[in-house]
Design a protein around this ligand. Structure first.
Ligand SMILES: [Zn+2]
Length: 378
C-alpha cells in the first residue's frame, strides 16, 4: 500500500485527534495550557509510533518535547510548535467544526493539523515498515514560536546541528501548496527622540520638537525600502507629545525590517543604527536589531526541494512547487546554522492568524504522505 492510502486508513482517528487538540487552547504566554497540550502530544506520539519522548522543562513557557523514532546515523529533524496566537477562551467561542471538507477552529491551520500530520506520517512509515534502519527521526515541539521562540531558539539550533536536514511544519503557500525554500529575515528596532518642551504660544522657538524630528527620520527610514531587492522597512507605530499646545519633548517609532540576505541584514542594521538627528539639539536613541536571520535558498536547500519534488511525483502524482515568503519561522534559525531546511510541510488551508483559518481535510493524508516520503528518502 502507498503512503497516502495508508494514512487515509487513519483519517477517522486523525480527525478525532485534530478535534481534541484544536479544542485545547494553547496561547504562547500560557505555560499551564501548553504544558497540558504537551502532555497530550507526548501520550499520542507514544501511542501512535511506540517512539520515545523526552519532556524538556521550561520555567517561563510551556515545556518542550523531543519525540524520537528509530536509532541511527542519519538524523532528520522535524520542527513544530504547540502554541497558537489565540487567547484562552477562544475555543469556547469558536470550537472545532467541519463543513464542506474544511476543518475550522483556533490554530487548526497554524499548526495543530501540521503536528498531527507529522505524527501520523511517522506512524505510516512504521506500519508499512518503510522507516530505514539507519534513520533517526526527531520531532521537536516548542511552545513559544508565535512570540519569536525566545526560550527555544538555542535548543532548536543545537538539535538541528546534530541533523542532516530540517523539515518545518508551517503551512505551505496557497494556492497550490508550494513548499518554502526561502524566508526573509526580520528585525525590530525602536527609535526614540528626545527634544525639548516649550509653550506652543509663548516660546515655541526655545523648544525642540521631537515630533518634527521623528517625522524626518520616518522619511529616511522609508527611503530604505527596496522592493526589488526584497528589503522592507516599515514604521508601524509612532507615538509622541502630550498636548497640542506643547512642543513635544519625546517621540518614539517602532520599526519592522525584512531582508532576504544576511548581507542586506547587516547593511540595513548599520543604516538604522547610524541615523543622526536633523536638528542639532535633538537626541536619537536607537535600540534593536535583526532578530531572525534570513533563510537563504542555498544549493543544499534547492537539492532538498528536488528530493521533495521527486517524492511528490511518486507519492501524490503531482509536482509540488516552491516559493518564498516575508514571514518568518523557526526554519530561519536552523537554516542560518547551515543545516538544509525545507519549510511549508504542514497542512494546506488558509487564513493563518485569522478567525477564518481552515484546513483542507482531503489534503491531510497527502501532505502527511509527502512529509513521510521525504523522511524515508533523505
Ligand atoms: Zn506556525
Amino acid at each position: 500500500m502507498n503512503l497516502v492510502s495508508q494514512i487515509q486508513c487513519y483519517m477517522t482517528e486523525l480527525l478525532e485527534h485534530l478535534e481534541e487538540s484544536v479544542n485545547m487552547d494553547s496561547p504562547s504566554a500560557d505555560k499551564a495550557l501548553n504544558d497540558e497540550m504537551m502532555a497530550w502530544y507526548k501520550h499520542l506520539f507514544i501511542q501512535l509510533t511506540n517512539g520515545t519522548v523526552e519532556r524538556v522543562p521550561n520555567d517561563l513557557y510551556g515545556d518542550r518535547l523531543l519525540c524520537k523514532l528509530g536509532e541511527g546515523s542519519k538524523r532528520i529533524l522535524i520542527v513544530g510548535h504547540s502554541d497558537t496566537v489565540w487567547l484562552k477562551g477562544e475555543v469556547a467561542r469558536r470550537p472545532f467544526s467541519i463543513s464542506d471538507n474544511k476543518a475550522y477552529g483556533p490554530g487548526v491551520y497554524d499548526m495543530k493539523a501540521g503536528v498531527l500530520q507529522a505524527m501520523y506520517g511517522m506512524k505510516a512509515l512504521m506500519d508499512l515498515g518503510r522507516l530505514p534502519k539507519d534513520k533517526e527521526v526527531i520531532l521537536l515541539i516548542n511552545s513559544d514560536e508565535e512570540i519569536g521562540s525566545p526560550t527555544s531558539r538555542t535548543w532548536i539550533e543545537e538539535e538541528a546541528k546534530k541533523c542532516s536536514a530540517v523539515l518545518v511544519l508551517e503551512p505551505p503557500m496557497e494556492p497550490g501548496g508550494a513548499l518554502k525554500t526561502w524566508r526573509k529575515g526580520s528585525g525590530r528596532f525602536t527609535l526614540t527622540v528626545q527634544g525639548k518642551s516649550a509653550h506652543a504660544g509663548v516660546n515655541p522657538q526655545s523648544g525642540v520638537s521631537a515630533i518634527e524630528e521623528i517625522s524626518r527620520q520616518v522619511l529616511s527610514l522609508g527611503a530604505m525600502n527596496d522592493y526589488e531587492v526584497g528589503t522592507t522597512v516599515n514604521v508601524g507605530v509612532i507615538k509622541g507629545g502630550i498636548g497640542s499646545n506643547v512642543v513635544a519633548a519625546e517621540a518614539e517609532a517602532l520599526i519592522d525590517v525584512r531582508v532576504k540576505t544576511m548581507e542586506e541584514a547587516e547593511r540595513i542594521n548599520a543604516l538604522i543604527h547610524g541615523l543622526t538627528s536633523v536638528h542639532p539639539e535633538a537626541i536619537l536613541t536607537i535600540t534593536g536589531g535583526i532578530t531572525r536571520p534570513p533563510m537563504e535558498r542555498t544549493d543544499a536547500i534547492a537539492e532538498l526541494y528536488e528530493l521533495a519534488k521527486q517524492v511528490s511525483l511518486t507519492e501524490l502524482g503531482e509536482e509540488v512547487q516552491e516559493m518564498g515568503t516575508g514571514g518568518v519561522s523557526d526554519g530561519n534559525f536552523t537554516a542560518a546554522c547551515g543545516i538544509p531546511t525545507l519549510d511549508g510541510l504542514g497542512a494546506r488551508g488558509d487564513y493563518a492568524h485569522s478567525p477564518l483559518e481552515y484546513v483542507m481535510i482531503d489534503e491531510i493524508p497527502r501532505r502527511a504522505a509527502l512529509l513521510a516520503g521525504i523522511v524515508e528518502k533523505l
